[in-house]
Ligand binder design. Sequence first.
Ligand code: AMP
Length: 420
Amino acid sequence: MSTFQAPKGTYDLTPPRSATFLAVREAISAPLRDSGYGYIETPGFENVELFARGVGESTDIVTKEMYTLTTKGGSQLALRPEGTASVLRAALEANLHKAGNLPVKLWYSGSYYRYERPQSGRYRHFSQVGAEAIGSEDPALDAELIILADQAYRSLGLRQFRILLNSLGDKECRPVYREALQTFLRDLDLDEETRRRIEINPLRVLDDKRADVQKQLTDAPKLRDYLCDACKAYHEEVRALITAAGVVFEDDEKLVRGLDYYTRTTFEFVHDGLGSQSAVGGGGRYDGLSEMIGGPELPSVGWALGVDRTVLALEAEGVELDLPATTSVYAVPLGEEARRVLFGVVTELRRAGIAADFAFGGRGLKGAMKSANRSGARYTLVAGERDLAEGVVQLKDMESGEQTAVPLAEAAAELAKRLG
Ligand code: AMP
């Protein structure tokens, strides 16, 4: 293994592709910031307990995929595999729910870790932008989050994504369904592990991708037929609100998702250009999670969108983001004195808020101009001994190729004027 290789299942973000990741994070969070969501940041690791209790001890995420460690002090920690449990924990710790302003609306962005079998679109370290609305049971809140995710994807230019929507029922009706499903599943011809799953988390069996399992599930009892009146009415209202907003979705009664805490509304954004790892984002309501981790009753809803897969989706659709060049002016000094003088001009430009860069390392004109081109700068400033003797610098418009001599003292002001 080369010393320079990132760990298995991980990759680095390097320029220029890294700029797309930043732009995606920005685009996903922008609609949230405009809708009353405040920024929250939590540690990259938590006590293992939080995820065991929160995400669920029967989920793959907790049983197979969590990076756990024992500290020198003997604490059991886990690198966070998802964001919701941490954000809720942090909100409870800070008593945000007691400030009398429910729902508490929060957004976050960060790294998450799952020990998964790496493949395209599935990594051991990945990045999400998420939103949580804590402490309110209102179908408009579920609708708001779905609409904002749709808006985020559309603002990036994505079109080939679909929204899958389902209701998982609540603590009244889901247990009744769960039992009916278990009775049905116990009679099927299934392997040992799946049989165990029937007893721990039978809804997850519905999610089994194998064709022979799916065939046996055709006549499985449907959650839809078991939803209580309150859940039905709630779900209809969510559907009506997002329909009225012009957001197209598909009802998908098989959508159960991989985390135990979901109740009622669940949804997933899938992209058709991504192969097997097609989920670009997902979320739902988690009315019982606060109590599961030892907090008060706080019905909540949230989502997390995967940044890595969103970038892959953009690439699959051939969408090129319109990313403006980061450098506006590139300075090329020819000789020692010019180096000092132009370095001063670059500093002045930067202080005036103009993005400027400099040909470091005393390279020749040709190499330095190549760098100037690569930087995407609109203008280049070139100065040699003769220019300095005349008190000017050469200002080159990189688009038109036109070059003019500008008095040194006016260079910064002239550039500011031209760049508007
Ligand atoms: P989840 O927390 O499993 O609902 O995941 C939410 C989103 O995070 C998914 O739709 C993916 O876009 C992303 N995601 C989850 N796991 C991974 C992974 N192992 N690699 C890359 N992206 C992931």
